[in-house]
Design a protein around this ligand. Structure first.
Ligand code: NAP
Length: 256
């Protein structure tokens, strides 16, 4: 039964693999048998992860990637196909936030920075990826890393939460339109997971109140995402498209 979650023989591309989720996902995907292509701007960190995974016997490739740059995005996909012969799964994970700012505090630069990375880049990579799937006649699978802030949020997460809500809508529309090319598009929406990015909030004096709002009474750990990630990236989800898998300890259904 566990074979349906296997990624053996598949090439999986992960954006934003130099730290946090992406860094962790690269290992999980490789352990599931995938050839993994890691992309991000910090090439030293990508190279370190590639070396680590290669040493453990995995087939991996690191590529400098700025998802906001169309040429870089094209090159990312082309390099994966050139090296491994296919691009079976695309994980749009790269993401940024503008800091703890309300809508009255952000400026045009914050807006463009967050939307260009979290939304426009995910659309652009998905567009190029779908063209590739159409050309090669192969089926495709896209996993967008959204967030529960798409559904419920707290003050000071503008425009991050708006970009994630839009990414959920983009997932649904791309699922609808991508089906004719054999491309499935789903989203993973994690709750609060302890990473370098969320540490400031999760280890602040607001932390206790925050945890009490999570029905399971704890933050998520990277490992909590392993199963849901493999579900969406593998053939185990072959009849799923346009779905959003929420992984948050029940946070979005908590009492107000
Ligand atoms: N942590 C959480 O609690 C949480 C919860 C829900 C959703 N998420 C989402 O999960 C994803 C990963 O976040 P994280 O928590 O792991 O944060 P992180 O450690 O800061 O990782 C973000 C990654 O995105 C990459 N990135 C940013 N801009 C990029 C660009 N222009 N081109 C290529 N790569 C870029 C960064 O690499 P470089 O800087 O090297 O380019 C980095 O590898 C994001 O989409 C985030 O919104 C996180």
């Amino acid at each position: 039964m566990s074979e349906i979650f296997s990624l053996s023989g598949k090439t999986v591309l992960v954006t934003g693999a130099s730290s946090g989720f992406g860094y962790h996902f690269a290992g999980v995907l490789a352990e599931a048998g995938a050839r993994v292509v890691l992309g991000a701007r910090r090439v030293d960190k990508i190279q370190a992860r590639v070396d680590e995974l290669a040493k453990a016997g995995h087939e991996v490739l690191g590529i400098p990637l700025d998802v906001r740059d169309p040429d870089s995005a094209q090159q990312f996909l082309a390099s994966a196909v050139e090296r491994f012969g296919s691009a079976d799964v695309l994980i749009n994970n790269a993401g940024v936030e503008a800091g703890a700012k309300t809508y009255t505090m952000i400026d045009d630069e914050d807006w463009d920075y967050v939307f260009d990375t979290n939304l426009k880049a995910a659309w652009r990579l998905s567009k190029y990826y779908t063209a590739l799937a159409e050309q090669s006649g192969s089926r495709g699978c896209i996993v967008n890393i959204a967030s529960i802030t798409a559904f419920r949020t707290i003050k000071g997460q503008f425009p991050y939460a708006v970009s994630k809500a839009a990414l959920v809508k983009a997932t649904e529309i791309m699922a609808l339109e991508g089906a004719r090319y054999g491309v499935r598009v789903n989203a993973l929406a994690p709750g609060y997971i302890l990473t370098d990015v969320s540490r400031v909030l999760l280890e602040s004096d607001r932390s206790d109140t925050f945890v009490k709002g999570i029905p399971m009474r704890r933050y998520g750990q990277f490992e909590d995402l392993n199963g849901p990630l493999l579900l969406l990236a593998s053939d185990a989800s072959q009849y799923m498209t346009g779905s959003v898998v929420v992984v948050d300890g029940g946070h979005i259904c908590a009492e107000l």
